[in-house]
Design a protein around this ligand. Structure first.
Ligand SMILES: Nc1ncnc2c1ncn2[C@@H]1O[C@H](COP(=O)(O)OP(=O)(O)OP(=O)(O)O)[C@@H](O)[C@H]1O
Ligand SMILES: [Mg+2]
Length: 265
């Protein structure tokens, strides 16, 4: 939270930044982004959020469209003095709200112009108040979205814009980590909760056997919460494989690495 507040402080001073969260499913990326969003809103920042989706992996720029399209459609941004025909044309390649009749997918040699156009758009949105742009679930994002992020991190818009990103470990998060150079970029790898933190999280789950749950969930808050609600008992810890009402079978959980009970770190 200290790192997040520092990024918001920088934003208040007019400085752009980038935050990337990496961590396995259920570790708390979206939860932490929610905290960031709330704190940014209470400072009066503009907060726009979108997420890539498992079922829209082939849609170009889907997380960006999710975050920006409705906002652009509902605000008369094209009447801003910085808006010109070229910007509209380039943005049309990304955002349906701006798409003209000739709009289509970006071809490779146009991409840098598209990247610049999105940077200009973000600067227009952030002209009055700092902008926090949240893009979640980027492990499902398309290549174009990741390229756009890398371009904007490398060449931040001249405006207080904080890109806040999250992805599970994998190819996308590796690309994000590689793009995150420079003093304004922060990469946080979220780790499992300690036993003490798990006990704190489970404090509300009456009668929860924290030891057994921790054995099972290994400090993953999502699993701890689910198992805590379902009232896991020692027979589960022994792994009798009978399953637990209300909790999906672990083989169906979209973990990106290893068995769900990971070796201790
Ligand atoms: N530090 C925390 N303290 C309390 N609850 C937490 C914490 N981190 C996560 N949780 C809870 O654990 C659950 C899973 O967290 P979250 O949805 O943020 O995971 P995620 O990393 O975004 O996973 P995914 O990759 O599947 O999107 C949520 O119910 C969230 O409220
Ligand atoms: Mg999430």
């Amino acid at each position: 939270m200290g790192r997040l507040e520092a990024l918001l402080d920088a934003l208040d001073r007019g400085e752009p930044g980038c935050l990337a969260l990496e961590g396995e499913a259920g570790i708390g990326k979206t939860r932490l982004l929610a905290e960031l969003r709330e704190r940014a809103l209470s400072r009066g920042h503009v907060v726009l959020a979108g997420a890539a989706s498992e079922f829209e992996r082939d849609l170009p720029f889907s997380a960006w469209v999710d975050a920006l399209d409705a906002y652009v459609a509902s605000h008369a941004l094209s009447s801003a003095p910085e808006w010109d025909a070229e910007l509209g044309r380039e943005l049309g390649l990304v955002l349906p709200a701006v798409r003209g009749r000739d709009g289509g997918g970006a071809v490779p040699d146009e991409r840098y112009r598209t990247h610049r156009a999105v940077g200009r758009l973000l600067a227009i949105v952030a002209a009055e108040r700092p902008l926090v742009l949240v893009l979640d679930d980027l492990h499902w994002s398309d290549d174009g979205s990741l390229e756009l992020i890398a371009a904007l991190v490398g060449r931040p818009p001249p405006a207080p814009v904080l890109l806040a990103l999250a992805a599970r470990p994998g190819a996308a998060s590796d690309r994000l980590a590689a793009a995150l150079t420079g003093p304004d970029a922060v990469l946080l790898r979220l780790e499992e909760l300690s036993r003490g933190e798990a006990a704190e999280l489970l404090a509300q789950a009456a009668g929860a056997d924290v030891g057994a749950l921790f054995e099972l969930a290994g400090g993953n808050p999502f699993f701890l919460e689910q198992l805590g609600r379902a009232g896991a008992d020692a027979s589960m810890a022994a792994g009798d494989g009978t399953g637990l009402a209300g909790v999906p079978a672990y083989t169906a959980w979209p973990l990106t690495s290893g068995p769900w009970r990971r070796p201790g770190r």
